[in-house]
Design a binder for this molecule. Structure first.
Ligand SMILES: [Zn+2]
Length: 84
C-alpha cells in the first residue's frame, strides 16, 4: 500500500512558481487496482502505465512516477486530469 507523505507532495528540483507554470497536464483514466480506484495513464517517456491516487486530482502537481531518469516529468511533476 502506497502512503503519500508530506515530503512527496512537492516534486524536487523546481520551485513552486516554476511548477505552476511548467508542469504538464496528463490525461488519466480511472481503473481499479488492488480493489481501489486509481488514476492511470500511459507515460510517453517511460512507456509504462503510472498509477496515482484520485485524491491527487485537485491538489496541484503530483510527483512523477517515472522510472527513467531522462523523463522531463521528474523536474516539475505533472497535473492529473481525469478523462470522462
Ligand atoms: Zn514516466
Amino acid at each position: 500500500m502506497t502512503t503519500i507523505t508530506e515530503q512527496q507532495n512537492r516534486p524536487a528540483g523546481a520551485d513552486a512558481a516554476e511548477i505552476e507554470q511548467t508542469a504538464p497536464v496528463v490525461r488519466c483514466g480511472r481503473v481499479i487496482q488492488a480493489g481501489r480506484p486509481m488514476l492511470a495513464f500511459l507515460c510517453q517517456h517511460c512507456e509504462r502505465v503510472h498509477f496515482h491516487d484520485p485524491q491527487r486530482l485537485d491538489t496541484g502537481p503530483t510527483p512523477a512516477r517515472c522510472h527513467l531518469p531522462s523523463s522531463p516529468y521528474f523536474r516539475t511533476g505533472y497535473f492529473l486530469e481525469e478523462t470522462k
